[in-house]
Design a protein around this ligand. Structure first.
Ligand code: FES
Length: 494
């Protein structure tokens, strides 16, 4: 006899009729195309698919017991990928992704037009271009988050379902976004001639429907570092060359923009560029060579692996400020009045202040757990602080070791990507996340770079790629003997 299962997020709710031994709560949500954080495809390992049972409690599974403390279990927290309802259940997903899109059409386009795309693991940004410039812009959550929150989970998904499955899903979404941008225009504009795409190594392969097999096994090399151009039913698709195995076309795009402004970077100051993400990329231009590397920082700064973490979207707590007199936290909430979680930059702010006010020791031990509570439901735990330390240390250790490759010290630090835009540099410096260098936030350098690429010809592309081959020097950080010692030193929050 089927029974009722009610599921809700902060802004939506659903009701299902399910049979005994039916789908898990995660399956039910994914069936509605509501992605829940996951980087293990439902194996009960990543502990990201949290749900709070509000009525119809079931005993915790063995995976739940590993994922949650006894007080969290008593409060109804479970992993949604292991919970198959056995009776009527009502449950709340506090941190489901919210599919947001923003489309801005500035004017009618000229006939000869194309799209350039910054294709991120989680976000997509599109510029529609014609001979006079940008006529429309679009930002959206990448719907492939339904198939894993990070790139390695996408690789695993491609092994199960095939790259073509992900490629088609991607272009289904890009096609829908295109449809919204050209709504109301004559049919001349309904066929896309060209997509020029910068993305990480995995998203670039998905965009051109190329195999991900070689990225799934050691030594984790893509089949080719070259940019690809394919003809497809969606129009011509071009991806930018990759810099190294997991250092993709998004970073090539960033370097291309700098190279165009200042050919061969001869006049450029020496810089370190950092793009913080699950796999954080680090580039160091020392005046003669371009050192390229990446460090697996984990998804803590993107909201995953942190019990109350989320991306900087509606409902995210920002600018937390500890009030020593009341022993409470004051904060703002992005785009709404219901706090859903803590975004990456707010996590840095909160940890920095917690150390300053003695709530957390410099070695990361939480001394006053009750004062790490933001609301009744949202509290940073000891496990969260450890995740933060691991992510912070991975990034700083990566930067430190890349900088040792040259006798020339960098003159400036460039922070790429959306993450850099919301940071309070004082707190980053206090925690030792970045070295003490003059810092510039350069925003979405991938989108700017792919725009530059699309507006320049193949001669310049060729010249750039030849220059890159001469100056590029990939560094494998994990193979370096001093990595471990430096990593342990950088775990400190002092
Ligand atoms: S999806 Fe990873 S633990 Fe549930």
């Amino acid at each position: 006899m089927p029974f009722k299962v009610g599921l809700k997020t902060v802004d939506r709710q659903w009701e299902f009729r399910v049979a005994l031994a039916g789908p898990t709560l995660l399956d039910l949500m994914n069936g509605q195309e509501i992605p829940i954080k996951s980087s293990c495809l439902g194996k009960g390992i990543c502990h990201q698919c949290r749900v709070q049972i509000q009525s119809g409690f079931q005993p915790p599974s063995s995976a739940d017991k590993k994922a949650f403390s006894s007080s969290e279990l008593a409060d109804g927290w479970r992993l949604s990928c292991t919970l198959r309802p056995k009776s009527v259940v009502d449950a709340f997903f506090p941190q489901a992704y919210v599919f947001t899109e923003s489309i801005k059409v500035n004017r009618s386009p000229k006939s000869d037009w194309q799209y350039v795309v910054d294709l991120g693991t989680t976000g997509i940004e599109i510029l529609a271009l014609d001979s006079e410039g940008i006529w429309a812009e679009c930002k959206a959550l990448n719907r492939l988050v339904l198939y894993g929150s990070d790139i390695m989970t996408r690789v695993e998904c491609s092994q199960k379902k095939g790259v073509e499955f992900l490629h088609k899903k991607l272009f289904l979404q890009l096609g829908q976004l295109h449809g919204k941008m050209v709504e109301g225009l004559s049919t001349d504009f309904h066929f896309v001639k060209k997509w020029t795409i910068s993305g990480n190594s995995v998203m670039s392969a998905i965009a051109t429907n190329h195999s991900l097999e070689s990225l799934a096994v050691a030594p984790y090399e893509p089949e080719s570092l070259s940019g690809q151009v394919i003809s497809s039913e969606y129009g011509e698709i071009e991806t930018l060359p990759l810099l190294h195995s997991f250092i993709g076309g998004d970073l090539t795009a960033a370097v291309y923009s700098k190279w165009l402004q200042n050919r061969k970077l001869l006049e450029s100051p020496r810089w370190v560029l950092v793009d913080v993400g699950t796999n954080s990329e680090i580039l160091f231009w020392d005046g003669q060579r371009l050192f390229v590397s990446s460090t697996p920082a984990g998804p803590a700064f993107e909201g995953a692996n942190i019990s109350i973490g989320m991306r900087a979207e509606a409902g995210a707590i920002v600018d937390p400020e500890y009030q020593p007199d009341s022993k409470c936290w004051k904060f703002s909430i992005l785009g709404g009045d219901l706090p859903k979680g803590l975004c990456g930059s707010a996590l840095i702010d909160m940890v920095a202040q917690a150390v300053t006010h003695g709530l957390v020791a410099e070695d990361g031990e939480v001394l006053l757990p009750e004062q790490m509570r933001l609301t009744d439901r949202l509290q940073l735990s000891q496990a969260d602080i450890r995740e933060f330390q691991l992510a912070k240390s991975a990034i700083r250790t990566g930067i430190d070791l890349v900088m040792t490759q040259s006798e020339q010290a960098p003159e400036e630090l460039l922070l790429a990507g959306n993450f850099g835009e919301h940071l309070h540099h004082k707190n980053c410096q206090q925690l030792g996340l970045f070295p003490e260098l003059p810092t510039k936030v350069i925003g979405n350098s991938s989108l700017r770079g792919v725009l530059d690429w699309s507006q320049t010809g193949s001669d310049l592309h060729q010249e750039f790629c030849e220059w890159l081959e001469q100056v590029k020097s990939p560094i494998e950080l994990a193979l370096r003997a001093e990595f471990q010692d430096q990593f342990i030193k950088n775990m400190s929050l002092g």
